[in-house]
Design a protein around this ligand. Structure first.
Ligand SMILES: [Zn+2]
Length: 146
């Protein structure tokens, strides 16, 4: 098992970038479907990853008798569990995003209402802020130290 505490990827790269047709409206039905498909594929991938680790951990758990091995193993498991936890949160966020697509409330900044933009959304499909508001929020976060 890999000894990583890596964050799950905050994006998904296995897709074809959307090409807007001439005169097409931002967040047209086709565009919304594009993002729905992308989010569903990403979710699928994350869920398979969670499954794989769970299996792995169950198999491994039986194979350690030595107490020092067990300690190492427990450490690895807790790292894995933390990663799984982040993945589950990300899956939840993806579900919420798909929900917004269903309600036709996707692709606009929660703060100022401008178009977030297809390229930014493809880089981060769960984004709810435009790049300006996001940058501002990050600066504030750094200043208040939260
Ligand atoms: Zn904004």
């Amino acid at each position: 098992m890999a000894k990583t505490d890596s964050k799950p990827r905050e994006n998904f790269s296995n897709f074809t970038p959307y090409k807007m047709k001439k005169g097409e409206d931002y967040m047209s039905n086709d565009m919304l479907e594009h993002f729905r498909g992308l989010l569903l594929k990403w979710k699928q991938e994350l869920m398979e990853e969670v499954d794989r680790t769970m299996h792995h951990m169950q198999e491994d758990a039986a194979n350690y008798a030595d107490p020092s091995d067990r300690a190492t193993q427990e450490e690895e498991f807790s790292l894995e569990l933390r990663t799984r936890d982040r993945e589950r949160k990300l899956i939840k966020k993806i579900d919420q995003t798909i929900d917004r697509i269903d309600k036709d409330d996707y692709g606009f900044c929660d703060q100022c209402g401008v178009e977030i933009g297809t390229r930014r959304l493809e880089a981060r499909p769960t984004a709810t802020l435009c790049i300006d508001c996001k940058t501002l929020a990050e600066i504030r976060e750094r200043q208040t130290g939260i």
